[in-house]
Design a protein. Structure first.
Length: 138
């Protein structure tokens, strides 16, 4: 008579990849853990208590310029294990437009010139909506 040995294992060794202190919109953060049967995953925003099902957390535009604390939990029928990640999401700073109207004297007569527009454009760290690189506004 032969016997079948099946190893069962509670989740262990939770990993968050890539683990960094800053992310940008569109970045994908993956959570994984060992376990048999394979664990299911969820991300929990520790501030708002919002729960996101799945192993991948995608950084959204609405997360820019904020501090975040998320916990990834891996669960199977035997147990759960968690890992916490704190980070800020950075994005392109908004475009700043400043106009000036300049008045010059012309021998006693005033001359009004059209407004001069100065654009202050922030450098983009990566692609802006996957279209362009370098300095831009989107």
């Amino acid at each position: 008579m032969s016997s079948l040995l099946i190893a069962v294992d509670a989740p262990r060794n939770p990993q968050i990849v890539p683990r960094q202190s800053t992310y940008k919109p569109g970045d994908r953060i993956h959570c994984s853990a060992e376990g048999n049967p394979a664990p299911s995953y969820q991300w929990t925003d520790l501030v708002s208590e919002t729960v996101i099902q799945g192993a991948v957390l995608v950084i959204g535009e609405d997360m820019v310029n904020n501090y975040h604390a998320f916990q990834c939990t891996a669960t199977n029928q035997y147990n759960s294990v968690s890992s916490t990640l704190t980070f800020t999401a950075e994005g392109m700073k908004p475009l700043t437009v400043t106009t000036f109207t300049t008045v010059f004297g012309n021998r006693g007569r005033g001359v009004i010139l059209p407004p001069i527009v100065f654009l202050v454009i922030s450098p983009v760290y990566e692609k802006c909506q996957q279209r362009h690189l370098s300095y831009q506004w989107c």
